[in-house]
Design a protein around this ligand. Structure first.
Ligand code: AMP
Length: 149
């Protein structure tokens, strides 16, 4: 439902997450099913920072269908425990931004799953690029924990 009523931005089929879903851009994938896709955030705010997106085209919370949102949150709930365990996190922060004013930078609706560690401050949102080797290691740990669940 691209460009649905109320969307803050009309859906751009060439946004970076649409390209990742189509396999046109690389990513560190941790999970995929027929409705959703999850991969490492390339600018992680903490170790294990993961993004969950629907395969459906929707730019934000105002654009996404209830069923697609349900499927996406279902994947968030399904993989969050594996991320917590794989990263040995003390807590898990779930974030979801809508519109530039709210901090959204990629206009394909998504959830951030961010492991939190006692005494460790979050890095800035969409700040520095993560080390690709560290992203790969963390993705492998998370995939193993998802597979074992
Ligand atoms: P938001 O600001 O909520 O729209 O979040 C977009 C997120 O996507 C940011 O945390 C970025 O670090 C992340 N991001 C941008 N490009 C990529 C990419 N190619 N692969 C993985 N994550 C990305």
């Amino acid at each position: 439902m691209a460009g649905g009523q109320g969307a803050l931005m009309s859906y751009d089929e060439n946004n970076v997450f649409a390209k990742i879903i189509r396999g046109e851009l690389p990513c560190h994938k941790v999970y995929e099913d027929d409705k959703t896709f999850a991969f490492m955030d390339i600018m992680p705010r903490a170790h294990g920072h993961t993004l969950v997106i629907p395969k459906d085209q929707a730019s934000d919370i105002f654009d996404v269908s209830p069923q697609t949102l349900f499927d996406t949150v279902g994947t968030v709930q399904r993989i969050a425990p594996a991320i917590r365990d794989a990263m040995e996190a003390d807590g898990i922060l779930i974030q979801q931004f809508n519109g530039t004013a709210a901090g959204q930078t990629v206009f394909h609706v998504h959830f951030h799953i961010i492991p939190r560690f006692e005494g460790v401050t979050l890095k800035p949102h969409a700040g520095d690029m993560g080390d690709p080797d560290v992203l790969a290691v963390n993705a492998e740990k998370i995939r193993a924990a998802i597979d074992a669940a």
